[in-house]
Design a protein around this ligand. Sequence first.
Ligand code: NAG
Length: 208
Amino acid sequence: MPHSAVLLAVSGAVLALCGVCVARSDAPRGVALGFVFDPKAQCEPQCEHGGICIRNNTCFCSRGYEGETCQFATCYPKCKNGGVCLRPGKCRCQPGYGGRYCHKVTCDGGCWNGGECSAVNGVPRCICPSSWTGARCQEALCPQGCRNGGLCVAPGICSCPDGWLGGACHTAVCALPCLNGGKCIAPGKCRCRPPYSGARCEDKKKSY
Ligand SMILES: *[C@@H]1O[C@H](CO)[C@@H](O)[C@H](O)[C@H]1NC(C)=O
């Protein structure tokens, strides 16, 4: 490639990037514009990852690399929480962290039902939406309560055992209805109004 073409390529890169790696300690670091390109320059050790030798022992690194010989990959934003930059823009995260920049906490087993994993005092924890609870937000909440052995199976929804009905499993079911104003107080059990009695309040006591 003729030198002018190289220069064009380099100055094009300068506009797009801004990383100059300088091997000699007396040379300025991080200067992108206005450098002198020496076509006879020699860099020892050689520039890595597509870096260009622009002065003796001075590499101009391609995008995503830095260091005296462009040996280090760079990640922007930087890898957070102790993550290591493997190659440009690719972080390897420490356990408990995830996401492109290791900026996200990860909860073992995940957070269900819209829960969000967040660090609470440095410990990953699921922050659950209001209707769910448990370590993974796996347990539904029934604010009304599920009585008589009912189970909360979804937010506000109780699954009731046989013989009970209602939002909180609070209504007993009497397969045969209670008569004469009697009230079903438990599955198949009527509480009768005087003067009635019997399983269904069907009997009228004799009045003396
Ligand atoms: C660069 O290094 C070579 C070989 O060591 C040397 O001949 C040359 O003069 C150097 N160029 C500059 C500008 O220092």
